[in-house]
Write a new protein. Structure first.
Lengths: 385, 93
């Protein structure tokens, strides 16, 4: 009876969490999207329903218990119902991560019937104008309707709001909206700077003052509302002096499968050079997880350089994020520059300093911001931008 | 907001977002919930197995005492159930 409810975080046996990015197609064009810049290159090579069920089955055999169905907007595919039902039958806890667009009464009823565990609804902002601007579509009213549907089907209302410079000052309104919608869990996560969000970093990173105020507002709201709503506030890692333990370590618990079948240790790893990521069309999940060179590349500590390799915190944060190390320093084996022991930490502090300067209001920024859309993605594939 | 103390005569169920199952890969019972896993090794899993909406705290204790005669397990069971209740894994019907 001693070790009640010990949460397993570093499971060497197999993945615990399989994230199925079933499509990168999306009706939204969020400026902070973490999908790869060249996401449009996957449109013609998306896995079939049968391919996905094979991935789920083999990963389940490895011990995975959580299945995320995400995208893009997963509801752009019409076979999510089959995935939910079959995934549940296999013993997964199935999570649907959606913008809510395409979530009809009929579909949500089918998901419930199929055993879907939870629906996580993303929201850009509480005000219609800014929400529409940030996602570049008229979606706010639709999402409010979807939130009602979610409650009516007896799901907890899990809201995921990506915070950044342009919406963080609205946090009070965001929280009021969450309360009005009957939200049970609200994650207020500052955007992380990968992919599209890295492209738009200068426009997205909040100032220290904005963060301080937003946290204050969140804390006040938390006191007011008590246990009724669980609130999580996550600051950008650029404001820390130690890196995040990204994915609980490379190839430790998390397995991401992209729409084109590429198996990745995280959402972003596709960008890393020098690694050949296996495709689920060619290899079984057991080999991919246990044997493939890519999944073993940054396991353990032998790949580490100084200051990580002799640091007594290396078992805690695993040197941070490989993708962040690569995209900011050019070498994925470097220490994540968020760490103030990194010789490249100035890259972070300079970006943070820049964020303290005043900027144009959101509406004026629109022409400069780089929207995640097919035109921009295709242009990036052709390296026109 | 503090929770009420766990009543011993009310029937217990899992919270609706939780699922309880045996995991061969973990060699343990587990509770699954959105994006998470709680391992319930040994006796904690055996207790959780009895939470099915038809038994109260007292009934669970009686059931286990019958299953393991001569072992004083009442306090351990109470500790675990109170912990589970505080963590919102279980609720009274």
């Amino acid at each position: 009876m001693k070790k009640i409810g010990s949460v397993q975080t570093n499971q060497p046996k197999g993945p615990l969490w399989v994230n199925a990015e079933i499509t990168y197609k999306c009706p939204l064009h969020c400026v902070f999207c973490y999908n790869p810049l060249d996401y449009a290159s996957t449109f013609k090579s998306e896995l079939s329903t049968e391919d996905w069920l094979k991935v789920f089955k083999q990963s389940r055999e490895l011990g995975a218990v959580q299945l995320g169905i995400s995208g893009g907007e997963p509801l752009m595919r019409d076979d999510v119902e089959i995935m939910v039902e079959e995934g549940t039958k296999m013993g997964y806890y199935v999570n649907l991560l959606t913008s809510g667009i395409g979530l009809t009464e009929k579909r949500i009823a089918a998901f419930k019937e199929g055993g879907l565990g939870q629906i996580q609804l993303s929201f850009q902002d509480s005000t219609k104008e800014l929400n529409d601007f940030l996602s570049s579509t008229k979606t706010f009213e639709l999402k409010s309707k979807v939130a009602k549907l979610i409650k009516e089907h007896d799901y907890p209302m899990v809201l995921n709001v990506v915070l950044h410079r342009l919406n963080i000052d609205h946090i009070g309104q965001i929280l009021e909206m969450a309360e009005a919608m009957g939200a049970d869990h609200v994650e207020l996560a500052n955007s992380q700077y990968y992919a599209w969000a890295l492209k738009n970093r200068a426009y997205l990173m909040p100032s220290a003052e904005q963060l301080r105020k937003a946290e204050e507002t969140t804390n006040r709201f938390r006191e007011k509302i008590g246990n009724k709503m669980k609130l999580y506030f996550i600051v950008p890692d650029y404001y820390s002096n130690r890196p995040k333990a990204c994915m609980n370590g490379w190839g430790s618990v998390f397995l991401n499968v992209a729409p084109d079948g590429l198996a990745l240790p995280c959402h972003e790893a596709r960008m890393l050079p020098g690694l050949t990521f296996p495709n689920v069309r060619d290899n079984d999940m057991g080999w991919i997880w246990n044997e493939s060179p890519a999944f073993n590349a940054y396991r353990g500590e032998s790949w580490m350089q100084e200051p990580c390799s002799s640091c007594d915190e290396r078992t805690k944060d695993f040197g941070g994020c490989r993708c962040q190390a690569f995209q900011l320093t050019g070498d994925a084996t470097n220490t994540d520059p968020v760490c103030d022991k990194s010789p490249h930490h100035n890259i972070i502090t300079e970006a943070v300093e820049l964020a303290q300067k005043p900027q144009a209001p959101a509406v004026d920024v629109k022409p400069i911001i780089f929207f995640r859309d097919d035109k921009n993605s295709k242009a990036l594939i052709a390296q026109e931008i | 907001m503090s929770l009420d103390a766990l009543a011993r005569d009310q029937l217990l169920s899992l919270e609706k977002q939780f699922r309880f199952q045996w995991e061969p890969a973990q060699e343990s019972f587990v509770l699954l919930y959105p994006e998470g896993l709680i391992k319930l090794p040994g006796s904690s899993g055996e207790i959780m197995k009895l939470i099915d909406g038809s038994k109260s705290v007292d009934m669970i204790i009686a059931h286990l005492e019958e299953q393991f005669p001569g072992i004083d397990l009442k306090n351990d069971v109470l500790d675990f159930l109170e912990h589970a209740y505080e963590k919102n894994w279980i609720r009274t019907n």
